[in-house]
Design a protein around this ligand. Sequence first.
Ligand SMILES: Cc1ncc(COP(=O)(O)O)c(C=O)c1O
Length: 427
Amino acid sequence: MTTKGTISALTDRLTRLLTHADRPSIIRLVRRPEKTTQRSSCVLTVSRDSRPTWAEISLQNLKANFRTLRGYVGPHVQVCAVVKADAYRHGLIECATALQEEGAEWFGVTSTQEGTMLRRAGIRGRILLFTGFWRGDEDEIIAQRLTPSVWESWHLESLQRATRGRRNSSLAVHLKIDTGMARLGVQLSDLPATASYLRTHSEILLEGIFTHLASAENVGAPEVDAQLARFQEAVNIVRRSGLAPQYLHAANSAAIVTRSDSWHNMVRPGISLYGYYLPFAGSHECRPPTVTPVLSWKTRVISLRRLTSGQPIGYNGTYTTKRESRIAVLPVGYADGLNRHLSSGGRVLIHGGYVPIVGRISMDLTMIDVSDVPGVAIGDEVILLGSSGPHSITASDHADVASTIPYEILCNISKRVPRHFTNDSTQ
Ligand SMILES: Cc1ncc(COP(=O)(O)O)c(C=O)c1O
């Protein structure tokens, strides 16, 4: 509901709404001053999520993770906070704003659109576009003071054309080097020509050189050595051509932990900001700085039934009760991003203990076996991701069962799941 009017009329309306709501805790309010000279007037948007499935985003945990990582790399290394893909689906604007409050000066995104969204939301820091840009984005990049990564010759030519004739025309770019991932970036064989172009076109300032590591979580892996050696070679080629980029960067979350020689003077943590690492593998020991998951995912029991032994449950009856069972139904399914591989393989937390998911996860619904938990009732809270006392379920747990990575588990939590931003620290 969106309503306009004087503060006092809106307050009355709001009071009526709150007192009639059966779940006031999930009412969200957005108050904006109306574009009018009347200072006592505003627009109030009240929304109430009636379907009880939501994600809680702890901005405190996010800030604490940022502080931890910044402290770990020390004051001479800039931390570019990776907030691409809607901050790994934690909410781009809210997360970037919290990180800015915590002192973040650089933000990493995928696209010009994400960069523009950050600017419109009041992010003042530098915004690095990791995957280049698309033709036609050039004017927006300049207008929003975004920093594109570049490697294709057309990147340079079209930016050069777009900056020509403008005052303050020098546009900072970061050159992406393909050091072995064979995905994006200039190859070493083409680098002298690229460097020569940059040296002769002063409208474009080579501010940074960077690369991305394919498997930095494999401690001591020779592939990482090879990528870092190629990166150094690229830096040497660029410097020999007479350019002096200010920033050199290669480290994602895993490399921050495993390869301090990859830090140079900027690191780009993504998943660790949100409280995760990939599992580290390899012969050498590594001690990652402690980070805490930022996102919890919760729902409530909407239906309960007692079933006799031998009753197949859900689509295709893939699970059959082995005893008299109490089954609870949850309003969450794969359309919310709950991975279907957790069907009869994952678990949730209810009343402080673990219970199994039984039967196929369907688009909107999931069943759990609460036979061993006395007193479960409709409306009880269920934790899909998060913790309760000493127990927790993480995106890495889901990823293990679903044979994927925590990134995908987090990024798949769909838009249908409202994000509630809190300033509490959660475990
Ligand atoms: C160029 C670049 N840098 C940094 C990151 C952050 O990686 P991670 O989330 O593993 O820290 C990514 C993410 O894929 C990336 O593409």
